[in-house]
Write a protein that binds this ligand. Structure first.
Ligand SMILES: Cc1ncc(COP(=O)(O)O)c(C=O)c1O
Length: 431
């Protein structure tokens, strides 16, 4: 490692003075990173509003507006000033404020709890990868249920040489709290834990009771002296279809729980607002005893990691979302789409309960939320079943981790019956 930059050193000293635990939780990269407030960015900021500003690395027309090609801008109505220039590395400031406000509105239990200002990443994959940058050292273990989104391996194992440390996802048809407990109360030290609800691939979100137990397990571990980063992947936030299941993020339970637990909420517009290709996500911190200064240091480190990685996230997407979130019709539109997905979920439940014969082919794993559900195939190889579905039934599903994942989010309601009948037939062929 090169010698630590004085700006990084200063952030580390401030962090240490407020929360030595947070400093311990940072990776070597996380300790070394800082947002370069001096240099080009600082000089550009000082020149803002001057008559002649020859600092910024974009091109302007002779009338001072962003230089642009008509073949590009004729395709959209977002003004050039709000779409073409770079967004700041931490993200569009108004969007950050709006998102923070939305986090509080969507999670009323956070009332009275201070959280950081969300930093904008290029959607959740990038935001999680930035969390890897900030918190994951070589050989660190990443604790997760065994049914997890496979891309975590590329992010944490391939990129940062960490190891996935899994426990069985379900126990007694519910979330395996004991499995989680065993992992986070293991040998004392730093723990990195991923919680992803609604989960990909299973479509499972804990019940109110389970979430309370998850909280207890974290608290016990923290009280025993473990220092924990909880990476909370809220990609599918808001898509819960059953009562008795948590509708708020598990972040609400951890963000102010203990000085040894740094909760990191990673969420975004991708799945929640149906803008997969926009590439806008957010990273937000919560820890008991935090001050505004501690959060500012973490925000600076996160923005620095982003600056050195992709520089900043798409401006046009941020501008569009900022306006959408403050639009009068946003909430109604969201409800309409939620209802479409919920109808499919209910239809699916109906199919599963009415077609007794399917039990000879597959068993559904617990699910109650999100975009997906999984089935365990009886007496046949899921990959073989997938191939037969493709070849003989013109049907595509994902075979992963010994199960088949079905994206009902992507299946029009009128195809659901046929989809399950096809799976049943394909399994029968393979058994
Ligand atoms: C659990 C989970 N987290 C994160 C993501 C990544 O989302 P994004 O497209 O915002 O990078 C996905 C996408 O499939 C996901 O399933």
């Amino acid at each position: 490692m090169t010698k630590i930059n004085p700006q990084a050193q200063s952030l580390n000293e401030t962090i240490k003075s407020i929360s030595p635990k947070v400093l311990n939780l940072l990776s070597d990269r996380g300790k070394n990173i800082f947002f370069p407030s001096k240099g080009i960015l600082g000089q550009s900021a000082e020149a803002k509003g001057k008559k002649i500003n020859a600092t910024i690395g974009i091109a302007l027309e002779n009338d001072g507006t962003p230089m642009r090609l008509n073949s590009v801008v004729s395709q959209f109505s977002v003004p050039p000033e709000e779409s073409l220039p770079y967004a700041p590395s931490p993200g569009n400031p108004s969007l950050r404020e709006v998102w923070k406000d939305m986090i509080y509105k969507k999670n009323p239990s956070l009332d009275g709890i201070e959280i950081s200002r969300p930093i904008v990443g290029s959607a959740l994959t990038h935001s999680l990868s930035i969390c890897g940058y900030l918190f994951v050292n070589e050989s660190d273990k990443i604790i997760t249920p065994d049914l997890y989104w496979g891309n975590y391996r590329l992010m944490f194992v391939n990129a940062f040489n960490a190891q996935m440390d899994t426990y069985p996802t379900f126990k007694d048809n519910g979330f395996n709290i004991d499995g989680l407990k065993e992992k986070i109360s293991g040998p004392k030290g730093k723990k990195i834990v991923i919680l992803n609800f609604p989960n990909n691939p299973t479509g499972y979100t804990p019940t109110d009771k389970e979430a309370e137990k998850i909280k207890e397990v974290f608290l016990e571990s923290a009280e025993a002296g473990n220092e924990i980063v909880a990476l909370i992947d809220d990609a599918y936030f808001g898509l819960v279809y059953e009562s008795g299941v948590i509708t708020e993020s598990i972040f609400t339970k951890l963000a102010n729980l203990h000085e040894n637990i740094l909760a990191v909420k990673v969420d975004g517009a991708t799945k929640e607002d149906y803008v997969w290709g926009f590439r806008v996500g957010f990273i937000t911190f919560g820890i008991k005893g935090a001050t505004a200064e501690l959060y500012k240091c973490l925000e600076d480190k996160t923005a620095g990691a982003i600056r050195g990685n992709i520089s900043n996230s798409p401006n046009i997407s941020q501008s569009i979302l900022q306006k959408a979130y403050t639009s009068d019709t946003y909430k109604t539109e969201k409800n309409e789409k939620y209802n479409i997905l919920k109808e499919r979920y209910l239809k699916l439940r109906d199919i599963l309960s009415s077609k007794d014969v399917y039990k000879h082919s597959f068993t559904a794993l617990p699910f109650n939320s999100g975009y997906f559900m999984c089935i365990k195939i009886n007496g046949a190889d899921p990959e073989k079943v997938r191939q037969v579905l493709l070849e003989d039934y013109s049907t595509g599903v994902i075979a992963t981790s010994g199960v088949i994942r079905i994206a009902f989010s992507a299946t029009p309601i009128d195809f659901l019956e046929e989809l399950f009948e096809n799976i049943h037939q394909a399994v029968q062929k393979c058994q």
